[in-house]
Design a protein around this ligand. Structure first.
Ligand SMILES: Nc1ncnc2c1ncn2[C@@H]1O[C@H](COP(=O)(O)OP(=O)(O)OP(=O)(O)O)[C@@H](O)[C@H]1O
Ligand SMILES: [Mg+2]
Length: 300
């Protein structure tokens, strides 16, 4: 397997703000890595180092073995920025064809990639007249058209509707089968759990965890007992082993580390209990728990 992105000990400051404080990260060919973390964690900064827009102040960044500050290296890259602006008067087909030429491809490569992301019907629409989700799709087509070894996507699915998102993930899966590596940032954590082999959690410029999504979830000992019950919140909170109570919906959600013991008491206390199920934690909870703990350690 070849490494398409390698980041070692990367540091970057904006004046007095340390945005990245020694980050290591790698993406292998065909692999999808999700970069997660709260607002301001340093995700976009890391993306900008990887695409050669910002210099590393310390450390090393390599894309397909080369320095992304060099134009020849950037040919291996397909990029979707967090905020994309297009010249409003250019047509979709012209934008994608321009990206093809810049990536060293023929203009005709544009037609194929527009079909791939469902843009064929919009080819002659001017950029200024696109919806937010359509603009996202144009940005994706421009990222894909050079057949890159590494795709770097900063919040790529924001603004996409459900069916456009499905097309988006299918397109990425096909590209990965052909060997492209993917680094993406997203706040849709459950979505990344479904598509990424590995998740890297960034917090205040440092990597808190880098692991498979299921392995991160397994670090959390908590389970959630979900049921329809007549017991009120106060009574639920007093049950043995309950660490959290959420009565926000029709079904209550009880957090616990000993679901078996809780279930026995719950069934005994409420004979009318129904719709019972027990769930493991979700990736979102695992990530929150990591970043909350890190925040507490900083402020303690
Ligand atoms: N151009 C800049 N000048 C000064 N500080 C900046 C600049 N860009 C980012 N920062 C700061 O660097 C830190 C990291 O920002 P970054 O944009 O990388 O975060 P992020 O993880 O992408 O956040 P978000 O989820 O909101 O997109 C933040 O504290 C931010 O305020
Ligand atoms: Mg960002």
């Amino acid at each position: 397997m070849s490494t398409v992105l390698e980041v070692q000990g990367a540091r970057h400051r904006y004046g007095a703000t340390v945005a990245l404080d020694g980050v290591d990260l790698a993406v292998e060919a065909g692999e999808c890595v999700a970069l997660l973390g709260p607002n301001g964690a340093g995700k976009t900064t890391l993306v900008n180092l990887a695409v050669g827009l910002l210099p590393v102040h310390e450390g090393r960044v390599r894309v397909a073995g080369g320095d992304p500050r060099i134009a020849a290296t950037r040919r291996h890259l397909g990029v979707m920025q967090q905020s994309t602006g297009f010249p409003r008067t250019l047509k979709v087909g012209e934008l994608v064809a321009g990206a093809a030429v810049r990536a060293g491809m023929r203009r005709s490569a544009a037609g194929q990639v527009m079909a791939e992301v469902g843009l064929t019907d919009l080819a002659s629409r001017r950029a200024g007249k696109l919806s937010g989700g359509q603009r996202q799709r144009v940005a994706l087509a421009m990222a894909l058209v050079g057949d890159p070894a590494l795709l770097i996507l900063d919040e790529p699915t924001g603004g996409l509707d459900v069916s456009a998102r499905r097309v988006f993930w299918q397109t990425l899966a096909q590209r990965r089968e052909r060997g492209a590596g993917v680094l993406l940032t997203t706040h849709l954590i459950e979505e990344s759990a479904a598509v990424a082999e590995r998740v890297v959690v960034l917090h205040e410029g440092r990597v808190l965890a880098a692991d498979r999504p299921d392995a991160l979830v397994a670090r959390l000992p908590e389970r959630t007992v979900i049921a329809r019950t007549n017991l009120d919140a106060q009574r639920l909170r007093a049950l043995p082993g309950v660490v959290s109570v959420d009565t926000g919906s029709e079904l209550v959600r009880l957090g616990t580390r000993s679901p078996e013991a809780l279930l026995r008491v719950l069934l005994a206390e409420d004979p009318d209990l129904s719709d019972l199920r027990v769930e493991g934690a979700r990736l979102e909870e695992a990530v929150m728990s990591l970043t909350d703990t890190a925040t507490m350690e900083v402020t303690a």
